[in-house]
Design a protein around this ligand. Structure first.
Ligand code: ZN
Length: 425
């Protein structure tokens, strides 16, 4: 018999868009996580912390240092037969990858491929980075969170074309004329086809040439010569320009939806949907995959525009419906502090659990494995009907086996954790 609840050692990733040193939530969590020899380096960027079984940055078991995947392969009952069967899991894998991201510079504008595309990546440059899984994802804001995601409705793109000359000058006149003539059409497929023409042209544009147009746009905005319609988008353009000076990706401000989200707001990202996270601290939970196909804000050697274009999905829509969290009340009277975010993604759901000082929160059995990470305060996880307990503090992550009833108790301070899990009906 192995333990049903045990501590994990997550892995950190130092992408250049991560916040620096101890200002990064990722560094703060890593500092408490019990990663051997970890010490915050104030000159380093701490972008992501990963919890899961993906081999690109695998999690280990704290007490033994063994890979979590190896441990789960030896003890498949911790994951549960129904989950293993449903997702065709091998080698101790779990279906989701759970991350915390902390960034003050935009991540590459990108899409996540669907499963078919992931299995059929041809290009050598991408092959090195792509596994065979799809990657639908959910982003949940822990602080103010700014992001680009999904195509704007075509009429809005067409308005930008009419009052932003630097954006319009990227395109030949026949593309603009056609786009403008159908942008308000009630025929959705006509709009999508026109968007595809316009966007494909933009994606393949010569980066040097486009940066000349970015420069004149930025010069005009910096000189305060924007029209009234450009007041809002100007701020976004200048912000992106500060992060990626003169990068042609800045024109995404006129093509994709921009959101400013508050803590607790969450949305899902479908496969094929272009997006870029700009600034914030977030939970990101996704089907266990590391697949991304970048378009911009990325070194040219990482780009494969033809693959990007065959995988991008054109579904223009205004704004974005946030995921409405619901109180998690399953079979218990002590769950008033548990909020469930359940996106339309089979592989995952995430719970936010807040335990008040001196309080208890209890979760009945879940029909699948979970990983929980404490982001504030400290407390205790209790299981086996009170016979077992584990103290946990900020940054500490634990695995909770399928079918385990757990209680969380707070004593001196309140504490807050996020629990990612998967279930089958
Ligand atoms: Zn992404």
């Amino acid at each position: 018999m192995t333990e049903q609840v045990f501590r994990l050692i997550p892995a950190t990733l130092n992408y250049p868009w991560g916040k620096k040193g101890s200002s990064s939530l990722v560094a703060q969590l890593a500092d408490g996580a019990g990663i051997p020899d970890f010490k915050i380096d104030e000159s380093k960027s701490y972008a992501e912390i990963w919890m899961g079984t993906h081999p690109n940055a695998p999690t280990r078991v704290h007490s033994t240092g063994q890979l979590l995947s190896e441990h789960l392969a030896a003890h498949p009952e911790l994951v549960g037969e129904p989950i293993i069967k449903r997702f065709g899991l091998e080698n101790g894998r779990i279906p989701f990858l759970f991350k915390v991201l902390s960034f003050d510079k935009a991540l590459p504008v990108q899409i996540h491929p669907n499963k078919h595309a992931a299995e059929h990546v041809q290009s050598e440059s991408l092959k090195a980075h792509v596994d065979s899984n799809h990657k639908p994802a959910m982003a949940l804001a822990l602080s103010d969170f700014s992001a680009l995601c999904g195509f704007l409705p075509t009429f809005q793109v067409s308005e930008f074309l009419s009052f932003v000359p630097e954006f319009a000058s990227l395109f030949p006149s026949d593309i603009i004329t056609h786009f403008t003539s159908v942008a308000r059409s009630p025929d959705e497929s006509e709009c999508k086809a026109a968007l595809k023409d316009l966007f494909s042209f933009y994606a393949q544009i010569d980066k040097e040439e486009a940066s000349v147009h970015v420069k004149s746009l930025v010069d005009r905005y910096q000189a305060g010569k924007e029209s009234d319609e450009e007041k809002t988008v100007k701020l976004l353009v200048l912000r992106l320009h500060e992060m990626y000076p003169n990068d042609s990706g800045i024109f995404c401000a006129f093509i994709l939806n921009h959101f400013d989200l508050k803590p607790g707001h969450a949305f899902s990202v479908a496969t094929g949907e272009p997006h870029a996270y700009i600034t914030g601290d977030i939970i990101e939970c996704m089907a266990a995959s590391d697949n991304t196909i970048p378009l911009a804000f990325s070194p040219p050697s990482h780009l494969d525009i033809p693959t990007f274009l065959t995988n991008v999905v054109y579904s223009p829509a205004p704004g974005r419906a946030l995921i409405q969290p619901t109180m998690f009340t399953r079979g218990s009277t002590h769950t008033s502090g548990s909020l469930l975010y359940n996106p339309p993604i089979d592989e995952l759901a995430v719970m936010q659990v807040i335990v008040a000082k001196g309080g208890v929160e209890s979760h009945h059995k879940l029909r699948g494995p979970s990983i929980a990470v404490v982001v504030e305060g400290e407390g205790t996880v209790v299981w086996a009907e009170g016979a077992k307990r584990l103290g946990v503090g900020k940054g500490q992550a634990v695995f909770i086996a399928a079918g385990t009833e757990v209680k969380y108790s707070a004593f001196e301070t309140a504490f807050k954790l996020y629990r990612a899990f998967v279930e089958v009906a």
